[in-house]
Write a protein that binds this ligand. Structure first.
Ligand code: KIV
Ligand code: ZN
Length: 532
């Protein structure tokens, strides 16, 4: 079995491999900076995941930096970096994770003929050679090596088995079977595992893993089927985010394993009480909302609307509930601060919520807290989470909202004036009218930034109930050829909207600048590389 199992005596322990920061981060419009990725990784460690796939280090300097930082500061889980079979990828992955207490290199190559012919434009022999060389190289750096035959569920199983056997021969500790395009069914996937074990008995000596996409809404069911067939690692993402329809949802598979332990006698190491907070953090920082009826973490997951259900639950909870909301941390709105609460009380409350905020960051959080507390009677745990996440989003290299003014009413078109602080520190002012106050503000921001944007999505939510609730706004826009998201939190939704828009715009411009710099580096590298 893989290295984790040397310490795990429990053969029925299912390891949770979180890929929110890698496959999840590949969802369109998500652009997390290093600080945000570290914050999520710290929360994943509190949640008790076994492995964090922190990124794909070769893809950009930003990805490398984030994986390196997470490897240095996040304690507990194995930290994994993704790499194709190319030497440069594996070198970059190792470079980024080498300081982790438990590093892992995850290398992959497709085994389906569709991918081999059309994407890789090579042949099966070459794939075998690349898999062998990649696992051997990764193993020369790192004891823990995971290998994935990409698009395995659409590949010839005999060929996939040959490639997996090579990976095991070269020392892979984990073999992962990706359902890359979300195509398989539970029975088919379980059969795939059974047949692989027959073809390559040595797979029983390593840890087998599942990685399922949700294109047909089967990711959790397929992952579960793979686990019942012998896999002991599940690759999943918080809120199920990921390429296209997403990945297996972490919270769903973790609760499925926990709630139905009676039928399968399997366990995870997940601290389920951290699930709701982790879901909120990921949703906030990625800008990906959680659908209200989403299992486990949706706003309505524990709500009962029909009279019959309400009546039943009031008499006896188990009539219509298979889990208690407190098991997934949904009752964590208990901390209450008010306008007289001081810096110490705030620091303590934040620590209870898992945020370690000190020095200047604490001063900033305190200032933001005071602004809210002056306008709101009670500041709850959910408010504090929103305020601190909001504060974390401001960073030195970004555009920031300096101030805005808006005149609006029913008798003349609204007019807004907005000042934006550029990354250079210079303040530029823009002015515009619009269809409504929010529209006028958004156009004034474009004017101040000197950039045209297309608004893709605009969403306002109340952080808690009550008339004085904090408003949380999410904006998705397209600017400079990039899709980007931003959030803003304030008691005034116009202010929250302006902040969210400036952040989304800033993320788009930053993403475009990084892409240009990367393209220039790649071009220079091609020029330096001698021809064949
Ligand atoms: O979906 C997939 O095949 C992947 C691999 C890199 C494991 O994400
Ligand atoms: Zn994937």
């Amino acid at each position: 079995m893989g290295p984790q199992n040397h310490t795990d005596t429990d053969a029925n322990r299912v390891h949770i491999f979180d890929t929110t920061l890698r496959d999840g981060e590949q969802s369109p419009g998500i652009s997390l900076n290093t600080a945000e990725k570290v914050e999520i990784a710290q929360q994943l460690a509190r949640l008790g995941v076994d492995v964090i796939e922190a990124g794909f280090p070769i893809t950009s300097p930003g990805d490398f930096e984030a994986v390196e930082k997470i490897s240095r500061v996040v304690e507990g889980p194995t930290i994994c970096g993704l790499a194709r079979t190319h030497k440069a990828d594996i070198d970059a992955a190792w470079g980024a994770i080498k300081e982790a207490a438990r590093p892992r290199i995850h290398t992959f190559i497709s085994t389906s003929d569709i991918h081999i012919q059309h994407q890789l434009q090579t042949d099966r022999e070459d794939v075998k050679g690349q898999a062998r060389a990649a696992v051997a190289l990764a193993k020369s750096y790192c004891e823990d090596v995971e290998f994935s035959p990409m698009d395995a569920t659409r590949a010839d199983i005999e060929f996939t088995a040959e490639v997996c056997a090579i990976a095991v021969e070269e020392g892979a500790t984990v073999v992962n079977i990706p359902d890359t395009v979300g195509y398989t069914t539970p029975e088919e996937y379980a059969d795939y595992f059974r047949r692989l074990y027959e073809l390559v008995p040595a797979l029983r000596e390593v840890e087998m893993s599942v990685h399922c996409h949700d294109d047909l809404g089967m990711a959790v069911a397929n992952s579960y089927a793979g686990v019942l067939a012998g896999a002991r690692q599940v690759e999943c993402a918080v809120n199920g985010i990921g390429e296209r329809a997403g990945n297996c949802s972490l919270e769903e598979i973790a609760m499925l394993v926990g709630v139905r332990e009676d039928v399968h006698d399997l366990r995870t190491g997940i601290n389920t009480r951290e699930i709701a907070r982790t879901s909120r953090m990921v949703s906030r920082l990625t800008g990906y909302p959680v659908q209200p009826n989403k299992a486990i973490v949706g706003r309505n997951a524990f709500a009962h609307e029909s009279g019959i259900h309400q009546d039943g639950v009031l008499k006896e909870r188990s009539t219509y509930e298979i889990m208690d909301a407190t098991e997934v941390g949904l009752e964590s709105n208990s901390i209450v601060l008010g306008k007289h609460s001081g810096r110490h009380a705030l620091k303590d409350a934040l620590e209870q919520l898992g945020f370690k905020v000190e020095g200047q960051a604490l001063n900033n959080a305190f200032k933001a807290f005071k602004e809210v507390a002056d306008r709101k009677k009670q500041v709850t745990a959910l408010d504090l989470e929103a305020i601190v996440s909001d504060e974390m989003r401001d960073r030195a290299e970004a555009h920031e909202l300096a101030w805005f003014e808006v005149e609006a009413g029913t008798r003349r078109p609204p007019v807004a004036k907005v000042a934006v602080t550029q990354p250079s520190g210079e303040e530029t002012v823009g002015e515009s009218s619009g269809d409504g106050p929010v529209d006028a503000i958004f156009h004034a921001i474009q004017d101040a930034a000197g950039t045209e944007c297309e608004l893709v999505e605009y969403k306002v939510e109340a952080v808690t109930g009550g008339e004085d609730a904090l408003g949380e706004v999410t904006v998705q826009l397209r600017a400079a050829g990039r899709l980007a998201t931003g959030q803003g939190v304030a008691t005034d939704i116009l202010e929250a909207s302006a902040r969210a828009y400036v952040r989304a715009l800033s993320n788009a411009l930053e993403g475009a600048a990084t892409r240009e710099a990367e393209a220039a580096t790649a071009e220079a590298a091609v020029e330096r590389t001698p021809g064949p």
